[in-house]
Design a protein around this ligand. Structure first.
Ligand SMILES: *Cc1c(COP(=O)(O)O)cnc(C)c1O
Length: 394
């Protein structure tokens, strides 16, 4: 039964509605990570690679993550950052369609995904084009010139959600490869990568999966194509025999070739604890609670703060697990909220963003958050010079 708040460390009196950006600390991670540092690194040193299975972790944690996004064993590799996994995936996807030149994405995509695709295309031969259309236009823009359709499933600003099944089918119909970024989906909504049949999916683990700042990302490749990919980041740990130290690169089998270099063992330990929390949790239950909490929030905010305008889709079937409202003084209002221990965040130009994470959020949190928000808006508490200076991280 949700929530399972006791499994997380949540600062006293704080209402945390920003788990879509950085999840809270799973309590078990404190002890378990300390044990890895003290007992494994401290006592075993280099022998930990064999003795403590450090080298297998990127694959075994991929297996722990797999059920959350509807994947099977040995189809996910964990490591690096999401930006890097996007780079690998776009390159892999392009290599499957050597005679096509277009990467199709949408204007709702997160900038780093677009930047990484752009950087890749400017460094490989051929006149590649990154075509960016409005999210609603994606389906119609898929044609036989498109090598890869690269989309983020849930828009980081508005929470608008693409239909994975439908768009993947359209991509395949036109002979294109489908790449989904699940940064705001894994652990947030029901995802079934296998049923949708996409070739690649990537995502991060520090948002809804709660593995901590800078936690490793993941990449999924459909088993029938994983072996066809010539990796662009041909690091030694993706080699078929890393410890043969051959002068020439030979890609490892299946997902092994998506490894690059030495895994961050300590961060992997946090991820292991974070993923253990999900055992026995049904994504359908999480989704149902997320919709209930989001609907309650929207209803209360619209009742009590009429100057805020809902920019997320009103239909919950088209929305992820976050709700955004536009407000002219959104930045200052969010600062005032944070000062009162209700944590959401702000995205340009005027969006106040709130994430709903049923593992540790309940109705009481939602009603309390709206009480504070209504106070900030009705009494113009945001209209204070201390809230108007924009900080480096919003
Ligand atoms: C959060 C997020 C990222 C972040 O990438 P990092 O390399 O982990 O900094 C990338 N893409 C999307 C869609 C995101 O939501």
């Amino acid at each position: 039964m949700l929530p399972i708040k006791h499994q997380f460390h949540l600062p006293k009196d704080m209402i945390y509605l920003d788990g879509n950006s950085l999840g809270p600390l799973p309590v078990a991670a404190l002890k378990q990570t300390a044990a890895v540092i003290q007992d494994q690194w401290g006592e075993h040193l280099i022998t930990g690679w064999n003795r403590d299975g450090w080298m297998q972790q990127p694959g075994s944690l991929g297996n722990a993550l797999a059920p959350i996004i509807g994947a099977s064993n040995d189809t996910i590799m964990v490591g690096d950052t999401l930006s890097i996994k996007v780079f690998q995936a776009v390159s892999a996807a392009l290599s499957l369609r050597p005679d096509r030149r277009v990467v199709l994405s949408d204007s709702g995509n997160f900038p780093t995904d677009l930047y990484m695709a752009e950087g890749l295309m400017s460094h490989i031969n051929g006149d590649y084009e990154l075509k960016i259309v409005d999210p609603e236009e994606v389906r119609d823009a898929i044609d036989e010139s498109v090598a890869v359709v690269m989309l983020t499933h849930i828009d980081y600003r508005t929470g608008r959600m693409h239909d994975m099944q439908n768009i993947t089918a359209a991509a395949h119909q036109a002979g294109a490869v489908m790449l989904w970024d699940l940064a705001h989906s894994a652990g947030a909504v029901v995802v079934d990568v296998e049923a949708c049949g996409c070739e690649f999916a990537v995502g991060c683990t520090y948002k809804y999966l709660n593995a901590g700042p800078g936690a490793p990302a993941f990449i999924y490749a459909r088993p029938d194509i994983a072996d066809q990919v010539q990796p662009i980041l041909s690091g030694w740990l993706g080699h078929d025999a890393p410890f043969a130290f051959e002068p020439q690169y030979r890609p490892g089998q299946q997902m092994e070739r998506f490894r690059v270099g030495t895994p961050p063992v300590i961060q992997m330990a946090v991820l292991e604890s974070a993923l253990a929390v999900w055992q026995g949790i049904s994504m359908h239950d999480v989704r149902q609670r997320s919709v209930e909490l989001s609907e309650l929030f929207i209803q209360l905010v619209e009742q009590r703060c009429p100057s805020l305008e809902l920019v997320s889709p009103r239909n919950s079937a088209e929305r992820g697990s976050q709700v955004s409202f536009a407000f002219e003084n959104g930045y200052a209002a969010m600062q005032a909220l944070i000062d009162r221990k209700v944590i959401g965040d702000f995205r340009q130009p005027n969006l106040m963003r709130f994430g709903f994470t049923p593992l540790y959020t309940d109705e009481h949190d939602v009603t309390q958050a709206v009480d504070v928000l209504a106070d900030v808006i009705e009494n113009r508490l945001w209209d204070n010079p201390i809230y108007l200076t924009v900080k480096a991280v919003t």
